[in-house]
Design a protein around this ligand. Sequence first.
Ligand code: 26Y
Length: 789
Amino acid sequence: MRTLHDNALGLFADELTHLSTQQQYQAVAVTIKGYYGKQWAATKAQADAKQTKQVYYFSIEFMPGRLMASNLLNLGIKDTVEAGLRELGLDPAAIYAAEVDPGLGNGGLGRLASAFLDSMASVGMAGNGNGIRYQYGLFQQRFVDGYQVELPDDWLREPNMWETRKENRAVIIKYGGQVELRPRANGSLQAIYHNTDDVLAVPYDTPMVGYRTGVVNTMRLWQAESVPGRAHNLADKARVDAITQILYPDDSDSAGRELRLRQEYFFVSAGIQSIMTHFKRFHQELNLLPKFVAIHINDTHPAMAVLELMRILLDEEELDWDEAWRLTVATLSYTNHTLMAEALETWPEAMFAGLLPRLYQIAGEIDRRFRARYRQQYGDLLVNRVAPLGDGQLRMAYLAVIGSHAVNGVAKLHSELLKTRVLKDLYAIFPERFSNQTNGITPRRWVQLADEPLAQLIDSKIGQPWRRDPMLLRRLSQYENNDEFLMALNAAKLANKQRLAQVIEHQLGLKVNPQAMFDVQIKRLHAYKRQLLHVFGILEAYLALKKGEKRPPRVHVFGAKAAPSYQYAKAVIKLMNAVADMVNHDPAVNQSLQVAFLPNYGVTLAEQIVPAADISEQISLAGTEASGTSNMKLMATGAITLATLDGANIEIRQAAGERAMATFGLTSEQVAFAQQNQSYRAAAQYEADPTLHRIVDMLTDGSIPGVESEGRMIRTELLDYNDSYFVLADFASYVAASRKLDQLWAEPKAWAKLALANIAASGQFSADFTVERYGRDIWQVLPSQPIES
Ligand code: 26Y
């Protein structure tokens, strides 16, 4: 720990023990950088020397979570360093907690991107992240009087210890202006730009340390700055800074704003420019591009990569159209993350043409050629429906499919529904491009780091090899009838619940019973995810307890942020808090029923909640949730899933066994049928079921204090707008499935046996396997051997 002392002195001119915890954290971080610095350089040097194919994962969101403990774990020095810190009288947990959690994303898609970077490094793939260094991440959520209040997330207030500014790799991004096309001697056209608005993109690189591979990959995030030396007044500077100032806090609903368009072009153009510069250092022949480079488009936000790569190949590399197009399609691939048509991004042609005139010309030419090529065979109607330009819009999902050689969904059901619904017409034209790549999670963060009691129990039975190969968790099945093991599993869970109970008490001032069943729903607040159904379940239990029924004690734990402009979601948040208040303060029920809605859900809070869950609520309307990933994290730590047959829930059930999951609700076919035939009548459900009737009435009759207008809004959605997400239709079967879990809870060993079935089956959902499948099916890259350093 000599270097740690030196770093403390060097950074703060003081002894380690005199520093604040934040300063100690910084000194430890600098020390850790010393460990991986060499490996980071060696990874780059080896990739250049061997000319390994590079994957570039373009994503407008990344949610890496805190990195200190994870870097230590992956470097294989966590235990040693922690022991050293303790010897010095320092508390490792407190030091880890001094790190800010970069919330550079909204939810599932951003977290998936970060899991992929961790996994690529951990299987030895050359994978790079490309995104935006937002100055403010996703808002910090507070509750005031039960309402969501959003505060700015000033995450860079303390220095970010992991990033390295690479000023020498900055590139220029051009917006607006006019394009002049001048014929060249060889007949091709030269694009000359006039009056563009230029912005400097400066990269900040963060290491992505592989799990004991010696591989350290890079996440590159770009920051917008004024171009040095060009006269700028303050207003200009503010306009430039705005580009990377804030993360759009919307998920799923298309945010059609010009600033967002600027952001998308910003990181796409910067990324592609820097890829081309690197590629050309080693290759003169552009036709080798797809052999050495794969660029992945994470949802439609980076889809203009199709246009930008074409622009560079045509205008700067002077390739002819056909060659440029062939290389573009061969280099790019695209993942879709949504089934909701309204969530597919489109840009008004006029806005796009004004901001990106050259890209708009290229889009027009792609559109023209697409129509000419496929009109005969598929007919005008079909081609009109899916050409890049239509209804005065540039349709990014269609552009992404047309400009990529591979397109995938994120769970089996989702990928099927893409082919049969959302992207049906393009599937007809390009069937060979479509595949499924079921999502994954990193068990290192969610089990090894977040759930030490479980990880140690597993070690004690099957040794440590599962930490590298989670498929080995299957070996735990041999203990399914071993009482001692099952009780130990319950004890590990209890320890996690005690820890979460402390968090809840600290945050909410609520003492919860750690012996109760912890029933968890953690995800963005969205109508389709149906937190409302969960609330109705709580009200059902409340009414039953009020009537004197006995129920095993349950603590309902929520984490959920609503997009600031999403009024319905905010109404549900208010309702959740009001129900929590009512239930928690009612002595007639609060021995058996408690509700803890923790504010500011994010990666760090998830690390506290996930290991403490007994029940994992995955209750979206079937056919709406593309995959889900909290379902995977929660199963991996032994929660039993209460679920609809949606997204990856179906694959989880298949892996863990039907008995190990409580399923309910309409199937996606039944939902589609009811929607097509307009046969669903929410009001009829309300009239037919007295309990449901009572619960819906509680929204507006004053039974739940403080929700007058919110209750009315929700009731209107349910009864006047016919309950778009079939909450009333699924209510009875939801309650029945939940009651079955009550029965199971009465037999701790039977419960533990099903928890074990989930843990033992969770290995297949490691993102390590997911990225290996992408590598094989889409990117044509193989995981490599460990780096020699
Ligand atoms: C257009 C813009 C406003 C927008 C911004 C963020 C659109 C979508 C998003 C984020 C979407 C997202 O997080 N989707 C989730 O992706 C996860 C990873 O694949 C899935 O598990 C999850 O089902 C899906 O909702």
